[in-house]
Design a protein around this ligand. Structure first.
Ligand SMILES: *[C@@H]1O[C@H](CO)[C@@H](O)[C@H](O)[C@H]1NC(C)=O
Length: 215
């Protein structure tokens, strides 16, 4: 009898550990109250009495983004910045437009895994694994294909179609963030010292200065 009790207690403890997860939401929603001066990790909740449909709504993902820029792409976000009702829910959406041969340059999302689907055209996509392998995993996607970019990994897309391409991607954060590698390295304000970058990239300092001028 005692040994059966011990076994049950052991199972209960083991199961509770195995089922551990983030605490679930304590309320139906926590719509972001942007006017609050209180600083929390995310946004404080708006009084639910004043929450309405527009707090959960965004319109505009049917509109093509302006791709007249050096990369030839445009990301139109639908994150907590556009939809206050996304606060605390760990999810968001973007539309990405690509001019012919346009690229979404190598970047990472510090807080989100991304799942992308091609709505129009054909995209070459790639991810690079972390050190020490730095292995490129890439594929050409057609309309309707889906690809996953794991959280934190550098990734990119290129339109390999002779017309505009469009993708929709979901991200596992209300505020995924984006670190575009070239901008972070060569476009920081103030500049990272040319000596650091010349050694990091194993090139002459004037090449670094050229890159810094571009970003
Ligand atoms: C697109 O962006 C370019 C460059 O910023 C700008 O000159 C052009 O007017 C924009 N086009 C539209 C339709 O907004």
């Amino acid at each position: 009898m005692a040994s059966q009790f011990l076994l049950l207690a052991f199972l209960a403890i083991t199961c509770s550990v195995a089922l551990a997860a983030d605490p679930s939401s304590l309320q139906d929603f926590c719509v972001a109250e942007r006017t609050s001066s209180v600083s929390v990790n995310g946004h404080v909740c708006k009084d639910p009495k004043f929450v309405g449909a527009d707090d959960f709504f965004f319109s505009g993902l049917h509109l093509a983004g302006n791709t007249s820029n050096p990369a030839g792409s445009r990301v139109t976000p639908a994150t907590v910045a556009q939809i206050p009702g996304l606060n605390t829910f760990g999810i968001s959406l973007v539309r990405i437009d690509y001019a012919p041969m346009g690229i979404n340059p190598p970047h990472t999302h510090p807080r989100a895994t991304e799942i992308l689907t091609v709505v129009e055209g054909s995209l070459e996509v790639g991810i690079v694994t972390s050190n020490p392998e730095n292995r490129l995993i890439s594929k050409v996607l057609q309309k309707g294909d889906v690809f996953v970019f794991p959280v934190g990994l550098a990734h990119f897309q290129r339109n390999v179609w002779n017309s505009n391409a469009v993708a929709i991607a979901a991200l596992s954060s209300q505020n995924p963030g984006a670190i575009t590698l070239a901008n972070a390295v060569f476009g920081s304000k103030p500049d990272i010292s040319t000596d650091v970058l010349a050694k990091a990239f194993q090139v002459e300092k004037d090449i670094v200065v050229d890159f810094q001028a571009k970003f």
